[in-house]
Design a protein. Structure first.
Length: 510
């Protein structure tokens, strides 16, 4: 059969499917921040010690980050729709367990289960978009919506978490996931029609699963432990060494086995590699910002949890505008690197404004415009990044390629929280030591000034990280603009002479 005859008609239910996929993505993303707001209340209610409270966050991060590649491969093997629905149902049940938790063991266990099912759900959602939207212009709009949710969902979690915790109680930050999941699962079951012939039925690479999971768990836990125990802690160093050995063994294994968990062709393509690396770096900067602004607004400015959540609205508005009005409209007209590079730089300018934070800084005069620039820049960059994540892959690899996006985000988030928080703490300590005289006169003022000094010192690092992310996007990514209509097959990774290839979207034939 000719290639022309292989072009399939667009799925008539694709836009309805997008609504349920976006709802599921929103649930997963906001869950990462909604629990942070409720954590102090949950800790008091269940008698969780200060030493153990980190496991509410860490249990989820370890399971989610460690199993993402496995989840992506299961989606390719088992079917993306089936994996998506099972992930939603499992996530809802795990959330219910957390909502009725009677002790810390139940809560930690529920968070780990959320991470397991989230690792199934997240790559299945993104890969469904990749195989359902094949027209370039429609794909741009779909990924614009998805990118806005991926970028802004964390801030939505702050608003929702603050409202639920204050108006009801901390248990509702878990229980609220149930209606999200039920609606998304029911809609997906009846609406999504996964294209035929897109599965990868090769045998599961068990050594690859074990090595990748253990390697990623060691890496995420290493950064998580560094935040509390320090970078010189023996176990922290041991985790990093173990992670390096395990991930190197994973790469060697994948280069030799017949049916690898992660085909190296997925990550060695310069466009996809550029996306994974630049997006991971950008997430490092963003997670640090969420952390610092939350503490700044609540501790320094005295905002309530709900008011803090609403204070992040300008960033959400910027992300939605950047994704749907800038990124989606220009994606079919200009190469992706000309959106991602300037997008990350615009975000860096917004971050640069925040290096001027002081105790008495005006929200409207500095924080609001900084958030708008950050949101616009990130939204503009996220949209083509999400789309390029599956650029040129064979349909049978789309689940694993999608999982790599989530892996770069999850690892980036763990690194960002630990690295930037450690930098901020060190800078705050140094400031307090050099201003001891002020502390003798006004210890509370010195505490706040030291905290803000630490935040601005770490934000300078975030500015530099975003600039590097922009440089990587411009240097590595050379895919041209998408063609106006559907394309057959997949493009290569870039021509040898440096001329931009046409960004062709793979089409799955029935």
């Amino acid at each position: 059969m000719s290639k022309t005859a292989d072009i399939r008609l667009p799925d008539p239910s694709r836009w309805k499917a997008l609504a349920f996929i976006a709802l599921a993505q929103l649930m997963v993303v906001l869950d990462a921040t909604i629990v942070n707001i409720a954590l102090p209340h949950a800790q008091t209610a269940l008698g969780i010690s200060d030493a153990n409270k980190q496991w509410v966050i860490t249990a989820y991060a370890l399971a989610f980050g460690g199993l993402l590649l496995f989840g992506g491969r299961i989606a390719d093997l088992w079917g993306r729709k089936r994996t998506f629905v099972v992930g939603l149902i499992g996530f809802a049940l795990a959330s219910a367990l957390g909502g009725v938790a009677q002790n810390q063991g139940m809560l930690f266990g529920s968070r780990a289960l959320q991470g397991v099912f989230g690792a199934l759900l997240a790559p299945a959602a993104l890969s469904l978009l990749a195989v359902m939207f094949t027209d370039a212009k429609e794909r741009a709009k779909a990924f614009g919506i998805y990118g806005a949710i991926a970028g802004g969902g964390g801030a939505v979690g702050l608003i929702l978490g603050g409202f639920l915790t204050q108006a009801l109680n901390w248990r509702w930050t878990f229980l609220v996931n149930i209606p999200f999941a039920v609606v998304a699962a029911a809609g997906a079951y009846f609406v999504i029609r996964e294209p035929a012939g897109s599965r990868n039925r090769s045998p599961l690479d068990v050594p690859g699963v074990a090595l990748s999971a253990l390697g990623l768990v060691s890496l995420v836990y290493g950064f998580t432990r560094a935040e509390s125990a320090g970078w010189s802690d023996a176990l922290t160093i041991g985790m990093f060494v173990a992670s390096g050995v395990l991930l190197l063994s994973f790469v060697l294994t994948e280069s030799r086995v017949k049916s690898p968990l992660l085909p190296l062709r997925v990550v060695l393509d310069r466009n996809r590699g550029g996306v994974y690396l630049s997006l991971g770096l950008a997430i490092i900067a963003m997670f640090g910002l969420f952390l610092f602004l939350t503490y700044y607004l609540q501790v320094v400015k005295g905002y309530s949890p709900i008011r803090t959540g609403f204070a992040f609205l300008p960033m959400i508005a910027g992300m939605i505008t950047g994704s749907t009005q800038i990124g989606a409209r220009l994606m079919t007209r200009v190469p992706a690197r000309k959106l991602m590079g300037p997008g990350f730089l615009t975000a860096a300018v917004g971050m640069l404004l925040l290096t001027q934070l002081e105790i008495g800084t005006s929200y409207a005069g500095l924080i609001l415009p900084a958030q708008l620039l950050l949101g616009l820049g990130m939204g503009t960059a996220f949209m083509p990044a999400m789309s390029l994540a599956t650029h040129g892959v064979e349909p049978r690899d789309s689940g694993v390629a999608s999982a790599m996006v989530n892996t770069s985000q999850q690892v980036g988030g763990a690194i960002g929280t630990a690295l930037l928080n450690t930098i901020a703490a060190s800078a705050a300590t140094a400031y307090a030591s050099s201003h001891a005289a002020l502390g003798a006169r006004n210890p509370e003022l010195l505490k706040l000034q030291s905290m803000v000094h630490g935040f601005t010192g770490a934000i300078w690092w975030a500015v530099g990280i975003l600039v590097v992310a922009s440089a990587i996007a411009v240097t590595f990514i050379n895919a041209g603009r998408p063609s106006a209509g559907p394309a057959v097959g997949a493009s290569g990774s870039g021509s040898a002479d440096g001329v931009e290839d046409e960004f062709k979207i793979p089409v799955v034939a029935h």
